[in-house]
Design a protein. Sequence first.
Length: 448
Amino acid sequence: MRRREFLKTTLSMMAAAGLAPELLRAAELGQLPLGDVSFDKSIYEKNDAQTLFIFCVGGMSDFIGNMTHLEQIKKEDLSEKTYPDTGYTLTKNGFWQEGGGESLQRMLDNSDFQTSYFRTSISKDLRRSHGLSQRRYMHGHPTIVSGLPITLLHILNRYNAVDESTLMPYVRIAGGKEFYDDQGASFPLPGHLRPVTIEIPYRSAEIMSNPYIRGSIWDDASVEDAIEKLSYNVNDFNDPISSAMKKRKEISEFMERVKNTTLPSGVEYPKDSRTAKIIESAMRILIANPDTKVVTTEPGYRWDDHSNALSGHKEHGSDLFACIEAAMNHMKAAGKDNINIVVYGDFGRNFSINRTNGWDHGNNQVVYWFGGQRYFNNLKVVGETELQVWLKKARLYSIPAKNSYSFEPYSIASTFYRIYGITNPEVLTGGYGVIDPSQYVGKSFIKS
């Protein structure tokens, strides 16, 4: 990871120093109820949780992780356009083999991997706009307007679980804007807790040969050194601007060390994939730096496939889950049982192929949760669905089957907060509790 590629960090640190006051605004809506939160530091320290959120902006179809209704759709001729005869193979657990299911099945079958695939995450509010859905899943509360990592850092800061020596507690890589929103409290986060933003360039021949080169002025070491010296010369060493420059330098040096770390034997990420570069970067940071509690990102493509969904989802799903399989191998090789990876998006999608070979917005979706052996039980596949034929040849959705376990989007946030020691996460999610299918599958998701 080329060091100067990470000088985007400067923006975040400068904002913390007061150079971008609009980024440090107080909230006008949805104040965080920090005083109502119960925090158990012993759980926080025992779990030592680190989370990678991979948010599939646009809405990844649940068809990838739940292809079990295809036979019914074909037999009853329910889709506007007929599904092709080839390219739609079900794995033994009902995944779309050609669209990422091959990797999903291997991870599920690997006893060394911790995998839980929840097929029934659905909002009772059936509205399916992108903005509303992204806020549900990335803010975790109907009205609180800070992203999940920001809310968590406010709490960890309040209970002195992080301090000025903490290095990069929240890293944002290539997207995930709603996670970054910081309007959740009447005061901004202290500068040392501000998110660090990292950019990964888009695909090109040059990027594929060296994906961390941007060719900007910041690639000039003499310019970088001159700016640092100027900052120290014109400001007191301990003033906010100089402190920000000092922290930026510390982060830059850390990233240089991460870049030079050799991947463990047998760990290989897909080639020529921007998503692979993103996820590899995230895993390198999490493994090398226990101070990083959360990394948020999105794959190198969008999922709002109203046209050509069959080819688009096939390509993107195969790439994404191959990258996650590599990340799980990386996690295993590093001996990490405290890192968890969460994959989900705006919503699921309609199973009817429209006239432009696309899938329109759905509601129910699959939430994929990997890793976290220290504090999660391995549940494999949770939730059963049935096909809702709302309008033949137009609207076909998966919905939770009768008596199947399902949960609202806000329960993802509640589960996330719980593994970091917040014992009453419902106060941060509008009353929604953790993901707990124990009465349906005989086992809780979170270990007691």
